[in-house]
Design a protein around this ligand. Sequence first.
Ligand SMILES: *[C@@H]1O[C@H](CO)[C@@H](O)[C@H](O)[C@H]1NC(C)=O
Ligand SMILES: *[C@@H]1O[C@H](CO)[C@@H](O)[C@H](O)[C@H]1NC(C)=O
Ligand SMILES: *[C@@H]1O[C@H](CO)[C@@H](O)[C@H](O)[C@H]1NC(C)=O
Ligand SMILES: *[C@@H]1O[C@H](CO)[C@@H](O)[C@H](O)[C@H]1NC(C)=O
Ligand SMILES: *[C@@H]1O[C@H](CO)[C@@H](O)[C@H](O)[C@H]1NC(C)=O
Ligand SMILES: *[C@@H]1O[C@H](CO)[C@@H](O)[C@H](O)[C@H]1NC(C)=O
Ligand SMILES: *[C@@H]1O[C@H](CO)[C@@H](O)[C@H](O)[C@H]1NC(C)=O
Ligand SMILES: *[C@@H]1O[C@H](CO)[C@@H](O)[C@H](O)[C@H]1NC(C)=O
Ligand SMILES: *[C@@H]1O[C@H](CO)[C@@H](O)[C@H](O)[C@H]1NC(C)=O
Ligand SMILES: *[C@@H]1O[C@H](CO)[C@@H](O)[C@H](O)[C@H]1NC(C)=O
Length: 575
Amino acid sequence: MALSFFFFIFFSILQIPLFSTATLHRAPLFRPQFNAQLDHFSKNDTPTTFFEVTNPIKVPKTKSCSYLVLKHDFANTYGRSPILTNYIPPSNCPSKRFSKIILEWKATSKGRQFDRIFGIWLSGVEIFRSCTAEPRPNGIIWTVKKDITRYSSLLMTNQTLAVYMGNIVDSKYTGVYHVKIFVHFYPADKESILGDLHKGFGSGGADLIVPISRNLPLNDGLWFEIENSTDVQSKEFKIPQNVYRAVLELYVSFHENDEFWYGNVPNDYITVNNRTDIPGNGAFREVLVSLDDVVVGAVWPFTVVYTGGINPLLWRPISAIGSFDLPSYDIEITPLLVKILDGSSHNISFSVTNALNVWYVDANLHLWLDKKSVKTEGKLLEYSSLPLSFSLASNFTGLDGSFVTNAHRSISLTGLVNSSYGTVTTRSSQSFSYSNNMVMGNNANLQIIDQKIDFNDTVYAKTRSSSVQVLESFKKFQFHMYSDGVEIGDQSSVSISNVTLIFDEERLKRSKYGSSASSVHNLQKAQGYMLLKDQSIDSGLGSTQQTYKYDDDSDCYFRNISSSNYTVIYDKVNK
Ligand SMILES: *[C@@H]1O[C@H](CO)[C@@H](O)[C@H](O)[C@H]1NC(C)=O
Ligand SMILES: *[C@@H]1O[C@H](CO)[C@@H](O)[C@H](O)[C@H]1NC(C)=O
Ligand SMILES: *[C@@H]1O[C@H](CO)[C@@H](O)[C@H](O)[C@H]1NC(C)=O
Ligand SMILES: *[C@@H]1O[C@H](CO)[C@@H](O)[C@H](O)[C@H]1NC(C)=O
Ligand SMILES: *[C@@H]1O[C@H](CO)[C@@H](O)[C@H](O)[C@H]1NC(C)=O
Ligand SMILES: *[C@@H]1O[C@H](CO)[C@@H](O)[C@H](O)[C@H]1NC(C)=O
Ligand SMILES: *[C@@H]1O[C@H](CO)[C@@H](O)[C@H](O)[C@H]1NC(C)=O
Ligand SMILES: *[C@@H]1O[C@H](CO)[C@@H](O)[C@H](O)[C@H]1NC(C)=O
Ligand SMILES: *[C@@H]1O[C@H](CO)[C@@H](O)[C@H](O)[C@H]1NC(C)=O
Ligand SMILES: *[C@@H]1O[C@H](CO)[C@@H](O)[C@H](O)[C@H]1NC(C)=O
C-alpha cells in the first residue's frame, strides 16, 4: 500500500462522513476514519489552548462596546440549516462612530472530533471562514479575533447572521463545539478620525456590500460548491447606478479530494498504475471569476492546512497558517463598472481549474457610492487576459517518479469612471506564477512536494489632475513537504512528515496624502511522526517552529515561537 498517499491525502478533514455520500460522487476506496486524537496522551485534566500565530489587531485607546451575538452548541449540524440569528447594531454604546470593529470567535470542545470547516455570513456576506480545532478528552479552548471593520456598512444596520458548521456527533466522534461569537466596537479616537481624513478617495469601508453567495434557506453553508473542472457556479446581482469603485472579495477553501490539491497526481499516473483510489487532476488549481462570462480575475490560493491535515500533531497547540482565519482575496473590478452600471442584472460566476470535489467559494462585492449624484458613468479602455500558460513534465516508472508543473497568468483591466469626484482612470492587474516539483519514491510511500506561488495585484488610479493613487500587493506562498511511510506489520505503520509553510505579503500604498508600506513574513516549520494501528494514531509526536514578522510605518511585531508534544517550548515577542 502506498503509505504516503494514505497518510497525506486521506487523513484530514472528513467533511462528509462515509455513511453520508449525498454530495460525494464516490467514496474513496480506502478513506480511513482515523482517530483524530491520541487517547493515550491526554490524561491531564486542564483544557489545551490552541491558537494561530498572528499580529494582535491594533485598536484605538477607547473602551469598546462589546456584544455577544450568538451562543450555540454545534452538535449534529451537518446537512441542517445554518444557525440564524437577528443581528442588531450597537444600541447602548455612547458613541456611534467606530474606527475598529472586531469579531471574536470563542469555542470549547471535549472528546473526539474531526476538524470542521465553518463560515459566518451577515445577510449573505461572508465575514469569516475558519476551521475548528480538534478536541481532546481533557477539552480544548480556542479564540480567534478578526478585524471586520471593512464590513462596517453592514454592521451598522439590522442583518441576519448565519453560521454554518457541518458537525456530526455519534458514539465515537463525541466532540460538540460550544461557541460564542462576540462583536467589539471601538469608538473612534482623535487619532483615528484624523487618520480617516488622510486616506483619500475610495478608501475606508465600502458603502454597500452585495453578497455573491447562495441564498437562504439552505441546509448547508452559503458558499457555492464547485465539484469538478467544468462546474461553474453563478449568482445574479444588481448594483446601484452611482457606484464609483468596486472590489470583489473572495473566500475559498478546498476539501475532500482537493483538500491537498498541491499533492494530487496527474491522471496518466493514475491510469497507468490503475489507482482509482487516489485523487488526480495534477497539482495545479486556480479559482477563476467571471463577470457575464468574461474572466475578470483569479485567485491562486494559499495552501491552508486544516487542523487535522497531514499529521494532526503538527498543529497542536499552534495551528497552521490561515487555518483559524482563512485569507480572503480582493480583486479590483472598478475598470469594468461600465458593464454593470445599467441598472439591470448581471452574473458573477466561479470555476476552479482542474477542480475535484469539492471547493467552497463565494464572494462579497464591495461598492463605494457617489453620494452627490444618482448616476456615474464608466468606460472600459483596455481588457487583457491571456490564456493560462501551463506546463507539466512527468517522468515516472510504476509508482515512482517526478512531476514538474509550472503555470503563469496575467489579467489586466483599464477603465474610467466619471462621478462627482471627477474622472478617474483605474488600471487593475493581477499576475501569477506557480511552480510545483513533486517526487514520489519507495513505491509512492515517499512524497516530496515543493510548491511556490507568486501572486501580485496592482491598482493604479489617476484623476484628471494627474493625482495618482497606487495600491500594490505582492504575495508569496510556499509549501514544502517531505513525507515517508513504512509498514511495520501487525496492521501498523509509521509515517513521518516534515512540512514548511510560508505566507509572505508586502503591501504598498501611494497617494497625494503620502505613502505607506506594510509586510507580513510568516514561516512555519513542522516535523512529526505517527504510529498508526488499525487506522488510529497509536502514538506520535509533532513539533512546530514559527516566526511571524509584521511591519508597517508605525508598528512592528515579531514573534518567534515553538511547540512540541502539545507544549510551548519557547515564545518570544518583540514589539
Ligand atoms: C432592528 O431590529 C430591532 C430589534 O428587532 C428593531 O427594534 C428595530 O426596529 C430594527 N431596526 C430597523 C431599522 O429595522
Ligand atoms: C460537474 O459537476 C456538475 C455539478 O455538480 C455536474 O452537473 C456535472 O455533471 C459534473 N461534470 C462531470 C464531468 O462530472
Ligand atoms: C484495476 O483495478 C481494478 C479495481 O481494483 C481491478 O478490478 C482491475 O482488474 C485492475 N486492472 C488492471 C489492469 O490491473
Ligand atoms: C445569469 O446566469 C444564468 C445561468 O447561467 C442565466 O440563466 C441568466 O440569464 C444570466 N443572467 C444574466 C443577466 O446574464
Ligand atoms: C526520468 O527518470 C529516470 C529514472 O529515475 C532518470 O534516469 C531520467 O533522467 C529521468 N528523466 C527526466 C527527464 O527527468
Ligand atoms: C467623463 O467626463 C468627461 C469630462 O467631464 C467627458 O469628457 C467624458 O465624455 C465623460 N466620459 C464618460 C464615459 O462619461
Ligand atoms: C511580482 O512583483 C515582483 C516585484 O515587482 C516581481 O519581482 C515578480 O516577478 C512579480 N511576479 C509576478 C508573477 O508577476
Ligand atoms: C525532518 O525533520 C526531522 C526533525 O527535525 C529531521 O531530523 C529530518 O532530517 C527531516 N527530514 C527531512 C527530509 O527534511
Ligand atoms: C527563534 O528562537 C530560536 C530559539 O531561541 C532561535 O534558535 C532562532 O534563531 C530564533 N529565530 C529567529 C528568526 O530569530
Ligand atoms: C509527550 O508528552 C506526554 C506527557 O504529556 C508523554 O507521556 C509522552 O511520552 C511525550 N511524547 C513524546 C514522544 O515525547
